[in-house]
Design a protein around this ligand. Structure first.
Ligand code: MN
Length: 254
């Protein structure tokens, strides 16, 4: 299994998390919140082929870190994965909306110029504007909307825009999340933890906790956990094939 959205660099002991994830056979899309965090975080993945480090600039940091976009562009040639990026329309971040749009536009344009990337996106209270920006840069790549929390109507729009979705134990612990996941195409669902931010029963999630999402997902899909696991494994393979198609000749992962 792969955790498609985890902040490895933000655990107290990232190396211990990496070692255990590897020993449990859990792959990680290791997202970063700032370009300046990418190099240090990517060192965690040295000689760990199942860990990939994504280059990000979190929308909540758009104003403070927009000066790092130059560094973003310099580093972009080193990775096929981008995240965490996106837009946040909640009240604390609304005052910096224009900064968020400027940063997202820059990033999507750079991704398009680079031939397309696999993108892990934050779209809290911002699904429609995010999809609008994505439509302006159709070559930006393959977007995985992480912890989708919009409306059913917005979900339909995201599906029509060919987005994928990463869902985790925290999202599936709530009725809204379970309702949304039922409306997602099964073939476009991946797992995530969003650890260490996301918690379950008061404890931060770790990459191997993606397995906790299998049972609620199986219930939502009205099948046995083995069936859900098979679907998720297939989805991971399709995603990797799509990622390779974005960047022929480049190793994307096993
Ligand atoms: Mn996150």
């Amino acid at each position: 299994m792969i955790d498609f959205h985890c902040h490895l660099d933000l655990y107290p002991d990232p190396n211990a998390i990496v070692e255990r994830a590897e020993s449990e056979g859990i792959g990680v899309l290791s997202v970063t919140n700032t370009p300046s965090a990418w190099q240090g975080t990517s060192k965690l993945a040295v000689s760990k082929p199942t860990i990939r480090t994504a280059l990000g600039l979190h929308p909540q940091l758009a104003k403070q870190r927009k000066h790092e976009l130059r560094l973003f562009d310099e580093l972009l040639t080193h990775t096929e994965f981008v995240g965490e990026i996106g837009l946040d329309g909640t009240p604390p971040y609304r005052p910096f909306w224009q900064d968020q749009l400027d940063v997202l536009d820059h990033i999507l344009k750079s991704c398009e110029a680079a031939g397309g990337k696999v993108i892990s996106a934050h779209t809290r209270q911002a699904v429609v504007p995010f999809l609008e920006r994505l439509s302006i840069y159709p070559g930006a790549g393959l977007a995985i909307l992480h912890w989708f929390s919009g409306t059913k109507g917005q979900l339909t729009q995201a599906i029509e825009a060919d987005c994928w979705f990463s869902v985790g134990p925290s999202m599936l612990a709530g009725a809204k999340g379970r309702d949304l996941v039922q409306a997602m195409p099964r073939s476009r669902v991946l797992l995530e933890t969003d650890g260490p931010f996301a918690q379950l029963h008061g404890a931060p999630l770790s990459p191997w906790d993606v397995t906790l999402a299998i049972r609620p997902l199986a219930d939502a899909w009205q099948m046995e956990p083995d069936g859900a696991l098979a679907q998720l494994t297939l989805n991971e393979q399709v995603l990797k094939t799509s990622a390779r198609a974005l960047n022929p000749g480049r190793a994307v992962g096993r």
